[in-house]
Design a protein around this ligand. Structure first.
Ligand code: DLL
Length: 446
């Protein structure tokens, strides 16, 4: 077994004891320093003294994204501003980002957690690490950066975009590890292929991919394209950033939660009650060591399940499944709930179409209507007379795709075929859903 820190192999009761000590400190910290939490505790009729055992944790208030927005920018900070050394945030639909703050201790802990994550994915001191996560307010770039330096990797802070330069540096610097969103790393690989470079011929051995939902089929596509192992990394700015959970390269079977820093619960998003181990639900995190922006029972909006079985790699930490999707991204089509990832799974099975896709949502009368936009593959295009996407074979392909969607994802969708390279390429988080339902883009008569 090759773990990086002893916290990864504590037995359950040791971990529970460590978490309990840290949870009590966190509760005291927010109650004494953050008016929002004082109010929320009052609404629940509790003070920190009422939290005596793990059963009492369900009495603690939940925190949601809108609470961060309403307290923009500094009202959830639990330490004097002179102790804050960094701000990050995530952009939201309302235009204002949610702001998160870090003390130097927070940054140090985060670097340790990410160093542990990179190690788990196969990274070692001295490895060149190509970091294609965006640098800026987004936590991906700097989060991976500090962890990579903490582990002792030769860190290349390339950030996202400028794909041809990425390819040159991959060839010149010979990284062993690449980090980025799955959609962007796939874009890099496909661009390599288009310019005659075989992605499987590079020095890359491991990829650390996350920040957006992706599927086992996408993993398989990327692993084959580059001839590498690809591991899933999860995190969110409100809780810290990348590294909250990380998949080990040994088993690639669920993500180890950094439980010495984050307490996890899985709840039914409707009843808010815990669901049994192994059942899908909304992930809720409570930070255990954060100083600047501790967070209590944060409802992530992400759907996954957990298991407490010891992993084949020997780590004993609770593991979460791959994220199935965000509650907000769930599409309801004629009463059937579907996540974009289920559509992705269908698309990646079919060699006549490419890996890039978008789901356009429209209103048709009062009904929601969904269009799947996918590119045909170059090979399929060549089989069409005059590359005509109106040709009967293209129409047959549409029917084939619809059949797969119907049997595997149980949805009926309109399918619009596109030319190869026609859809926009991701340079960070891919935008899979284009929601035009509020604009009258499809009239009732169409
Ligand atoms: O995306 C942090 C991050 C950076 C994670 C780099 C991994 C790698 P936010 O911008 O705040 O933070 O977005 C957080 O992204 O609630 C999930 O919905 C989604 N997400 C993050 N990682 C994964 C993943 C970063 N591995 C939101 N699988 C989260 C699926 C993910 N979704």
């Amino acid at each position: 077994m090759t773990t990086f820190v002893s916290e990864e192999t504590l037995d359950r009761s040791q971990m529970r004891d460590l978490q309990w000590k840290r949870l009590k400190q966190t509760i005291k910290r927010v109650y004494s320093n953050v008016p929002f939490y004082q109010e929320e505790f009052k609404k629940q009729g509790i003070t920190p003294d009422n939290i005596q055992s793990w059963n009492d944790v369900s009495r603690l208030p939940f925190t949601k994204k809108h609470n961060l927005r309403e307290n923009y920018p500094y009202n959830l900070i639990a330490t004097p501003m002179e102790n804050v050394v960094r701000l990050h945030g995530s952009s939201g639909t309302s235009g204002k980002p949610t702001v998160v703050a870090y003390t130097q201790n927070d940054i140090d802990n985060w670097a340790d957690i990410v160093a542990r994550a990179i190690y788990m994915a196969g990274g070692r001191k001295g490895d060149v690490l190509h970091n294609a996560y965006g640098y800026g307010l987004f936590t991906g770039g700097l989060g991976i950066h500090h962890g990579s330096e903490r582990l002792g990797c030769v860190t290349v802070p390339i950030s996202g975009g400028n794909t041809s330069r990425q390819i040159t540096l991959i060839q010149d610097f010979k990284p062993r590890i690449i980090c980025g969103t799955p959609s962007y790393i796939l874009n890099v690989g496909e661009t390599m292929k288009n310019i005659g470079i075989d992605p499987a011929s590079t020095s890359i051995e491991y990829a650390i991919l996350g920040a957006e939902p992706w599927t086992e089929e996408m993993r398989d596509t990327i692993e084959k394209l580059f001839n590498i192992k690809a591991m899933d990394i999860y995190g969110l700015s409100e809780v810290m950033g990348p590294g909250v959970a990380m998949e080990c390269k040994d088993c690639q079977d669920g993500l180890h939660i950094a439980e010495d820093h984050f307490y996890v619960e899985i709840i039914d998003p409707d009843t808010l009650m815990p669901v049994p181990e192994g059942t899908d639900g909304e992930i809720v995190f409570t930070s255990l060591t954060k100083e600047a922006l501790p967070i209590i029972r944060y409802r992530t909006g992400d759907i996954a399940s957990i298991t407490r079985e010891t992993c084949g790699c020997g780590r004993t930490t609770t593991k979460m499944s791959r994220i199935k999707g965000r509650i907000d991204d769930m599409i309801i089509l004629r009463g059937v709930n579907v996540f974009p990832s289920e559509i992705e799974r269908c698309i990646l099975q079919m060699e006549e179409i490419g890996t890039n896709y978008q789901i356009h949502l429209l209103k048709k009368g009062v009904m929601d209507h969904a269009q799947l936009h996918v590119e045909v593959s170059e090979a399929f295009l060549k089989t069409l007379p005059e590359k005509d996407l109106e040709h009967q074979s293209a129409k047959d392909l549409i029917r084939k795709i619809q059949g797969v969607l119907k049997t595997e994802a149980l949805v009926t969708m309109e399918v619009c075929l596109k030319q190869p390279q026609e859809l926009p390429r991701s340079e960070g988080k891919a935008k899979r859903i284009i929601d035009n339902r509020s604009s009258a883009s499809l009239s009732a008569s169409s």
